[in-house]
Design a binder for this molecule. Structure first.
Ligand SMILES: [Zn+2]
Length: 933
């Protein structure tokens, strides 16, 4: 905290900040406009190295569709992958896979109301890739083929995508949108469009959309990465200058969004909804796009206000008889040119009237009394801490993040001054913002009182939902109440630990040459692996793990063990409740969370350099001093009961619940896949706390790993002080228990009927015993990746039965060597049999012939390319080292990963397929709609 106060008080402020000054575009960005109107933005950035992020941004989306084109902006995006002048059908996907870029459903593009964005991450191991990537972008911009046959084939895939979005939420929100977006076309222009139009439109309608809106004056090319900006500029000019200007361009007007003329209410229910959601939406207003320091200052004021308000809602959620289980205020900005403030809450299946009144009361409290000085100070500290972290990592920001900022800049003129400049502005401006000013901002909510209020959720008679008139009456009643009290600030102790524990000493220190890491043993037996890196300037990650976990507890303790960690997190540590802890930690970038999983227990954490000691103190407290608080425990139990009471109304959830019972043959210790209300009735506070202490009170055998921007000489005294002080019982061993929880064997088939929509889901499981080896683990993973490419080619493109789907495979070492392989295909009920047959055929071919070499090559490239990006990230190192410690893996397979990938052969994949699909253990579960019985 010291550091921030220091900066705030000593910064030399200019005599007067000129609020009319415009925020400049980051001078490192090379920008320009071609004669045809196309804009470009180029930025050199070496995170990650040898990679560039290319984007084609089209300033047009579903809002630009004519009445006969609903859904065609999105479909035009799909057509870009179905053939262009230089890449025949699917060649783009194949080219991307060959250079190591995975293709996933829509992962390489998205369409929204106002824009369509094409995403091309290009590996630069081979320099020619950049030129070819630029050709792809150019083809998308003006040379998509739009053959009749390809258009007709794509209809089914779009309809499958549309099918995925259906269900209770979709039905409820489609009733809300006309009220929320009253007076504009937004409600009638959801990007997914209308099924009837997708099925029947004339191919000319989509060609017309492409011709009307894909034109240079509405486009930008953005390139961020490990590139030479002059070179890229020349390439852009070469490829995009030849695109002709539109002769008679249609006007690209922004859709108007008028403010609400009066308040209105929607109370709507649905048989398949699982919980109530309540919203109070304030009227849309034009967003300030002036890009001046003043507009930026207003944005900071708004951020502070939301931070303080959200803290209060958080505190309410944690009360013993909380009015709702989640609550939030924020701004919605996907309506171009406008903003809207929205207050949301969900009482789960609880009392809707009480929740609505509580929301209205919080708003009224903030309007009448504003926020307090301590709340304001905390909000400022945490806001500036976020900027400070970004600033400290300024030269280590990923290209993907930077490219997103530039997209926002092109489309909506969002300021992109660069983090150096931005941090400077934040410090200057924040200094001058007063609490009074923020509190006055609450006036806006009073003046703009035409609201859309909604209550959406399950149709349960006992819920006693208010009528629309009652909703307005009860809000008015809250607003005229005389007894609303100001927020009361509770004082929180100034330090996490009053007294520091008696630390230990390093007793052994060695170097792990393979990881290039230091391994130390502390006097209490706790081990630590230290891997300092320079991937970020200010990021330290921590993890610790050992065997044990929930496996050590029987049926009677199942839920006590399951929720022990969540319960402690809900009650706090040391003398601090979670609310007090948040106050205490305001302005710090630190988090610590313990975990108890099936076979292991441990702790994870992250911090910036200045908060490293806080992270270690928190770790010490979480392991040695969990806090007991009956009221907070009750709040936790009530919240969860309300949240999950009606979860089975969702057809997919009900299906999964039944499916898991078959999969694990009703084993009493099977993993909790679907949380149920009744689970929480079986939890006993004292026993859960006891289990937590049993797992953590003895730190013997815990192996910590630290990765990131720390200095070994500086961190070791802190590790001695805190980790060296953890109590250990010498001579204890920590093992898991094998409770014989196994997946069902033999052939099984489950058909489950539920749901109004024509939605099905196929899940197929293949499992069996196999001795664990790292080689075989890689073979199974490769088998899964290859099948995923085949599934897209066959089941999506040829059968046209799915939008997305695929397999995943794993080989476990503990509690026993076992493989399991899962196929997942969401689809229409009429396609279920065809898809099961087609998948089995793929599996059979893989067993009999192995994969075509071209597929294995694609998978290898993709893996190596993601490895090259991952290996520059702290997260990845932390994960790998931790895994290697617990599973006793060979570090060379991680450090020299590419060597092992290169060694994979088609034969390896075929052998894996024979084991997986030849095992005779096949469990297929299918969800079918109600009416298909
Ligand atoms: Zn799509």
């Amino acid at each position: 905290m010291l550091l921030v106060c220091f900066q705030l008080s000593t910064i030399t402020l200019p005599a007067q900040v000129n609020l009319q000054e415009k925020l400049p575009l980051n001078p490192k960005v090379k920008t320009g406009q071609l004669k045809n109107g196309l804009k470009y933005y180029i930025l050199e950035n070496k995170m990650p190295e040898k990679r560039a992020e290319l984007r084609l941004v089209v300033n047009a989306g579903s809002i630009n569709e004519d009445e006969d084109q609903l859904g065609l902006a999105h479909m035009a995006e799909h057509m870009a992958f179905n053939g262009t002048k230089n890449f025949r059908k699917n060649e783009i996907i194949s080219f991307l896979q060959d250079i190591g870029v995975g293709f996933g459903n829509d992962l390489n593009a998205y369409t929204s109301f106002n824009e369509t964005v094409y995403i091309l991450p290009i590996p630069l191991q081979n320099k020619e890739n950049l030129e070819k990537g630029m050709q792809v972008l150019e083809d998308w911009a003006h040379q998509v083929s739009y053959m009749d046959e390809d258009i007709n084939d794509e209809r089914a895939i779009i309809l499958e995508e549309s099918r995925l979005g259906k269900g209770a939420d979709d039905r409820l929100y489609r009733q809300l949108y006309p009220k929320l977006f009253a007076g504009s076309r937004y409600a009638e222009r959801l990007p997914i469009g209308k099924d009837s139009i997708i099925s029947n439109f004339h191919p000319d309608a989509i060609r017309r959309f492409y011709k009307d809106w894909y034109r240079p004056d509405l486009m930008a090319v953005i390139v961020v990465g490990d590139i030479d900006t002059d070179e890229v500029e020349a390439m852009i000019k070469k490829h995009f200058s030849k695109i002709k200007k539109a002769k008679k361009p249609r006007e690209r007007a922004e859709e108007k969004m008028p403010p609400y003329e009066a308040s209105s209410v929607l109370v709507a229910t649905d048989h398949e909804a699982i919980a109530y959601s309540i919203g109070i939406s304030y009227p849309f207003f034009p967003a300030d796009k002036s890009n001046t320091l003043e507009s930026y200052r207003n944005y900071l004021i708004e951020s502070l206000l939301f931070r303080m308000f959200n803290q209060r809602l958080q505190e309410l959620v944690q009360q013993e008889n909380a009015p709702f289980v989640t609550g939030n205020i924020g701004s919605l900005d996907w309506v171009r040119g406008y903003k809207m403030y929205m207050l949301n809450a969900s009482p789960g299946t609880g009392d809707v009237r009480k929740a609505l009144n509580a929301l209205a009361e919080e708003m009224e409290r903030a309007i009448r009394f504003g926020f307090t000085g301590p709340e304001f100070e905390r909000a400022k500290k945490s806001l500036i801490a976020n900027y400070e972290r970004s600033y400290n990592n300024r030269d280590k920001t990923s290209s993907a993040e930077l490219v997103d900022e530039l997209i926002g800049h092109f489309l909506e003129g969002e300021p992109v001054p660069g983090i150096e400049k931005e941090f400077e502005y934040v410090q200057q401006l924040l200094h001058g913002i007063t609490l009074d000013e923020v509190n006055r901002k609450m006036e806006w909510f009073k003046q703009n009182s035409n609201r859309v209020i909604y209550i959406l959720g399950p149709d349960k008679a006992e819920a006693n939902l208010p009528t629309e008139a009652e909703v307005l009456q009860s809000i008015a009643a809250v607003e005229s109440r005389q007894d609303i009290q100001p927020y009361e600030e509770k004082r929180v102790s100034g330090s996490l630990m009053e007294e520091l524990p008696a630390g230990g000493k390093v007793v052994n220190k060695t170097v792990n040459e393979q990881y290039n890491a230091t391994e130390i043993t502390l006097s209490n037996g706790v081990k630590v692996t230290l891997k300092p890196t320079t991937f970020k300037n200010d990021e330290i990650l921590m993890s610790a793990t050992r065997f044990g976990g929930k496996s050590l507890y029987g049926e009677a303790d199942k839920y006590n063990a399951e929720y022990a960690v969540q319960i402690v997190s809900a009650m706090g540590v040391g003398n601090f409740s979670p609310t007090d802890l948040r106050k205490m930690l305001a302005g710090k970038n630190v988090s610590v969370s313990p975990s108890i999983s099936t076979l292991t227990e441990g702790v994870r954490g992250s911090s910036v350099k200045k908060d490293l000691e806080t992270m270690l103190q928190l770790t010490y407290l979480y392991l040695t001093n969990p806090r007991k608080d009956t009221a907070l425990f009750n709040s936790f139990i009530n919240r969860n009961k309300l949240q999950y009471a009606n979860i089975g109304a969702n057809p997919q959830v009900a299906f999964l619940d039944t499916m898991y019972a078959v999969l694990y043959q009703n084993h009493p210790l099977a993993p909790v896949a679907i949380p149920k209300s009744s689970n929480f009735e079986k939890v006993n506070l004292d026993r859960a706390l006891e289990i937590y202490k049993e797992r953590f009170a003895d730190a013997a055998g815990l192996h910590f790993v630290f990765v990131g921007s720390f200095d070994e000489a500086e961190i070791i005294p802190l590790l001695e002080q805190y980790l060296g002080a953890l109590p250990t019982v010498p001579g204890t061993t920590h093992e898991f228990a094998d409770n014989q929880v196994r997946m069902v064997k033999g052939k099984e088939f489950l058909k489950f009927h539920k749901g109004k929509e024509k939605q099905s889901l196929i899940l197929a499981f293949y499992n069996g015993q196999a001795p664990y080896s790292e080689e075989f683990e890689l073979n199974i993973a490769a088998l899964s990746e290859i099948l995923n490419i085949r599934i897209i080619e066959e089941l999506r493109e040829k059968v046209q039965g799915i939008y997305g789907g695929g397999t995943s495979g794993a080989l476990s070492k503990y509690p026993t060597g076992e493989f399991n392989f899962v196929l997942q295909l969401p689809c229409g009920p009429e396609k279920v049999d065809t898809l099961i047959k087609a998948s089995r055929e793929e599996f059979r071919l893989m067993m009999e012939k192995g994969p075509d070499p071209s597929y294995l090559k694609k998978v290898k490239e993709q893996w190596k390319e993601s490895y090259r990006a991952n290996i520059q990230q702290n997260n990845y190192w932390l994960e790998q080292i931790t895994q290697h410690i617990i599973l006793g893996k060979n570090p060379d397979r991680f450090v020299n990963y590419e060597k092992y990938v290169d060694a994979l052969t088609e034969k390896d994949i075929q052998e894996a397929a024979k084991l997986v699909f030849g095992s005779n253990n096949e469990f297929i579960a299918v969800l079918m709609p109600e009416e298909d019985q």
